[in-house]
Design a protein. Structure first.
Length: 455
């Protein structure tokens, strides 16, 4: 391998982790980094150059990737384009998770789906660690898989959050447990249709064997109705609505694991996560850890001690009678719909930012029933306004989160209620990412709290 040329594409968190790994292991004699945009981190760039990394910047250097023996993609890079197709026949292209998986012999639990991935992998990781398992959390949750290789031993369990982008360029990547949480319209600026997006998600199962497990959402029509004849793994369906013989379901405040035993169940008492969508995340975490041999009673106790992730139906507390809820991670319409439907009382919804091609008409019924006002922000505000033609009396334009927080409080402070940030959009028109958006929301809530407290 030492005489080969490797090209890393994308200089984000994953790109840097790949360079660090390649330099440490001395796997290739020549290492190249291609990035579409100029790299502003001059000191970091110069350090890599001193260590032998060759930088290819902007489109005019792209053709040099044709000279590589291997190209490794960072997750955000779209290789389903004409420029990559031209070199695909001559150069092997893989995703970072494919490349990283070749260096371990550990069992992998991989979780994909449109919504709920981060909460699910975090809860699985929490339960495993609580019960003495050497669990390593990585993937799309913000920890590059390749950066964790040195910490993974044969008796470790790797818990991976996997996006559709990361599944586009896999060859042999094989999880022991693969979970498909849900599939709803998202990233339609990258995929030609919902079916195209779904087919990419299905790559998570393609290398599994008969000894492996695929966990599937029975309540998702697309997932339930698909024929899985070409896949070898054992199929386990879960449902929060229906009783499933030989599956997993909820009844009488218990999760029933009938695929293991009719007597096997986990109580939902004192579960710390709110919302219907989080119930699905809990079901999947229970299934995965039960397959890994954790006893039901121990799983139940572990769940009680789990704290939800920031920016995911996170309560920021009350100011007087008004509670503020940060669900900035709701970056598509389906996530927003589930957030709205998990709250019963009087509510103001903050919606908008950068449109991803979502169908906001799907929110109309729930907004009619549950939401008294909608504040529209960002570049998608007028698009949303034009789609929600039947509830325009509820829609109001606001310039930023400061205005949304303060107006929401003023409208609800007498009778009480909740102000929910569940934007249904990407954040990049006004913020660095969904975390930044959630942090600004929390900052505005805290500023309001101090003003009210000080009169």
């Amino acid at each position: 391998m030492n005489n080969e040329r490797v090209g890393v594409v994308g200089f984000g968190r994953t790109g840097e982790a790949l360079l660090d790994f390649l330099l440490e292991k001395k796997l290739f004699e020549n290492i190249f980094l291609y990035n579409d945009d100029a790299i502003n981190e001059i000191e970091i760039k110069e350090n890599y150059k001193k260590n032998g990394v060759n930088f290819l910047i902007k489109e005019n250097d792209f053709s040099k990737l044709e000279e590589m023996d291997l190209i490794i993609l960072s997750p955000g890079i779209n290789a389903r384009t004409e420029r990559f197709n031209k070199i695909r026949e001559r150069v092997k292209i893989v995703s970072e998770i494919e490349f990283a998986s070749t260096f371990i012999n550990s069992k992998i639990i991989a979780v994909t789906g449109t919504n709920g991935k981060s909460t699910t992998v975090s809860l699985i990781h929490h339960i495993l660690k609580n019960n003495g398992v050497k669990s390593v959390l990585a993937g799309n949750i913000g920890i590059p898989f390749i950066s964790q290789i040195n910490d993974i031993s044969n008796d470790s369990v790797v818990v991976l959050e996997v996006s559709s982008y990361q599944l586009e360029e896999i060859i042999n990547f094989r999880p022991y447990i693969a979970i498909l949480l849900n599939v709803t319209p998202d990233h339609l600026d990258r995929y030609s249709s919902l079916e195209d997006y779904f087919s990419t998600k299905l790559n998570i199962f393609k290398n599994q064997r008969k000894s492996d497990y695929m966990i599937l959402n029975y309540n998702d029509n697309l997932i339930r109705n698909y024929r899985y004849r070409s896949y070898e793994a054992k199929r386990v369906f879960f449902s929060i609505k229906e009783v499933l013989e030989d599956g997993v379901f909820v009844r009488d405040n218990y999760i029933h694991l009938d695929f293991i035993s009719k007597e096997d169940r986990v109580s939902l008492d004192r579960v710390p996560l709110r919302g219907v969508h989080n119930l699905e995340n809990i079901l999947n975490s229970v299934i995965a850890t039960r397959i890994m041999g954790i006893e039901s009673g121990n799983i139940q106790e572990s769940i009680k001690g789990f704290k939800g992730l920031p920016h995911r139906m996170e309560s920021l507390g009350k100011i007087g009678k008004v509670e503020f809820i940060n669900d900035s991670k709701a970056t598509n319409v389906d996530a927003t719909l589930k957030s709205i439907n998990s709250i019963d009382e009087n509510m103001i919804l903050i919606l908008g930012n950068k449109d991803k091609g979502g169908d906001f008409k799907l929110l109309e019924s729930s907004i009619k029933q549950r939401v008294c006002k909608v504040f529209l922000i960002g570049s998608a505000a007028h698009t949303i306004y034009n789609q929600l033609i039947n509830i325009r009396k509820k829609l109001n334009f606001v310039k930023d989160l400061n205005e949304a927080v303060n107006r929401g409080y003023d409208l609800l402070k007498q009778k009480g209620g909740k102000v929910l940030l569940a934007p249904g959009c990407a954040s990049f028109d006004m913020f660095k990412d969904f975390e930044h958006r959630g942090e600004i929301f929390e900052k505005e809530v805290n500023l309001l709290r101090n003003r009210v407290k000080n009169g």
